[in-house]
Design a protein around this ligand. Structure first.
Ligand code: GRF
Length: 206
């Protein structure tokens, strides 16, 4: 049965595009995606348009009404810059992606703050959404290492690369009610297959 998901973002939309491409390339295309932004000029909406995916500008204040009237199997936040209220959270299961190993570095500019703090391992977290910023129960995490020679730009690129591999896979796991495991990520059928440049998994990063 086709599953319906919403991807919510306020800006760039690179995670949205990774999610859209992941499901487009699946043999059984059984996921129907809608893209939503609270910014009518956001690049994420243009990306959706280019990919032929339903997209919608939805002012933040209309979220509760929208999710009450439209049923989705899952809503995933990817760079959505607002905090969802209790009323909206009642109507759907929401996930979020954050570019650090929570509970370290919650909030804005996590990549830069992690880098400048001197931590040697940071990464990506996917978690359930609650009313508190970056606080919901963690579903999956993936490390990105920072060594002496790593620049902020390299760290940032690698963090986003890991996000793009991890998020679609975790979304699929949640939709199928399967617990996320690293082993599954390394299987060519479902994960990077050892060809990504994202750090940490050991499958493709020496
Ligand atoms: C990502 O780093 C995500 O973890 C954070 O916001 C950024 C969104 O990037 N929550 P994009 O809009 O998907 O390119």
């Amino acid at each position: 049965m086709t599953k319906k998901i919403v991807v919510m973002g306020s800006g760039n939309g690179s995670n949205f595009e990774a999610i859209a491409n992941y499901f487009k390339n699946k043999k059984n295309k059984d996921v129907d995606i809608t893209c939503i932004s609270d910014d009518e000029n956001a690049k994420i909406l243009k990306r959706a348009e280019n990919l032929g995916i339903k997209n919608l500008y939805l002012p933040f204040e209309k979220n509760a009404e929208f999710f009450k009237e439209n049923k989705y199997d899952l809503a995933v936040m990817a760079g959505y810059m607002r905090i969802l209220d209790k009323e909206t959270l009642k109507y759907c299961k929401f996930l979020n992606i954050h570019p650090s190993l929570l509970p370290a570095f919650p909030g804005k500019n996590a990549i830069k703050r992690a880098f400048e703090s001197g931590v040697k391992v940071s990464g990506v977290t996917i978690h359930h959404v609650t009313e508190e910023v970056d606080k919901g129960r963690i579903i999956a995490q993936y490390p990105v290492f920072i060594d002496i020679m790593t620049t902020l730009e390299e760290f940032e690129t690698e963090t986003h690369s890991v996000e793009h591999k991890l998020y679609p896979f975790v979304i699929e796991s949640v939709l199928n009610d399967v617990l996320f495991s690293f082993d599954m990520l390394l299987k060519p059928e479902s994960g990077c297959g050892g060809n990504c440049s994202g750090g940490g998994c050991g499958g493709c990063h020496g």
